[in-house]
Design a protein around this ligand. Structure first.
Ligand code: SF4
Length: 231
């Protein structure tokens, strides 16, 4: 796909339903395409759509070793309920190797901790793919504000964001319409949830991601920070 094809496809898909974008990704990139998911409440619509639209699409979960046990249980519940193909990744040195070598690295260097636990294992898988499907949305963070539906990555891969144009209200509408389960810690104020040491619940009126790396300038783990290429 050359740059003009990508621009044309982006224009065509900008107002399309997420299911149609998923179907486009499968049609154009399978079998070398995969999704990532953090298995939180915000992840539900995409996982549910994958199960219904592209059930053979593998979904990668980055197990950092620092997740809440409730997140791991929720992942298992959704795997069983939706039947999605989930593949769990660990840091290249394994959980015990990471803890032995780096301990509580999230306290001193969270960017490196995210890199070793999330970015590096995903980069290794990504090398073999033509397409990556992610559930990120433009309304989530400043860095995600201009997220296109389709982006060419530096390795030539196409990143596909079927929910880029959705807002939080769309997520909730979808969850209610399909009567989907929510993350067990949602009722305790975890509107967005990542690793346990780096997530706190939010209070009324706070942004849903305000509890992620709270008190620091960090807002992203690094997976989604690669700038798009121009060719
Ligand atoms: S979110 Fe926190 S604990 Fe998880 S990988 Fe990043 S810095 Fe480490």
């Amino acid at each position: 796909m050359d740059m003009q094809d990508l621009i044309d496809a982006n224009n065509r898909l900008e107002g399309a339903p997420p299911q149609a974008i998923l179907a486009w990704a499968w049609e154009n990139l399978a079998p070398d395409v995969a999704a990532t998911s953090s298995f939180q409440t915000q992840s539900l619509p995409l996982l549910h759509m994958i199960a219904a639209t592209t059930p053979d699409l593998p979904v990668y979960f980055l197990d950092t070793g620092f997740h809440f046990p409730e997140t791991l249980a929720f992942r298992d519940e959704l795997m069983a309920r939706f039947g999605v193909r989930v593949i769990t990744l660990q840091p290249l040195m394994g959980h015990s190797g990471f803890k032995r070598q780096h301990g509580e690295l999230y306290r001193t260097n969270p960017d490196l901790c995210c890199h070793l636990n999330k970015v590096e294992p995903w980069q290794q898988v990504k090398q073999g793919l033509r397409g990556w499907i992610s559930g990120i949305r433009r309304d989530q963070t400043e860095q995600r504000r201009d997220t296109p539906i389709l982006t060419r990555q530096s390795n030539g891969q196409i990143k596909v964001c079927p929910l880029a144009t959705w807002g939080e209200a769309d997520v909730w509408r979808y969850i209610h319409r399909h009567d989907l389960p929510v993350h067990p810690l949602l009722s305790q104020g975890y509107l967005s949830i990542g690793c346990a040491p780096c997530t706190r619940p939010v209070t009324a009126g706070e942004d849903s991601r305000a509890g992620r790396w709270a008190g620091t300038a960090k807002t992203e783990c690094g997976l989604h920070l690669e700038p798009p290429t121009s060719s």
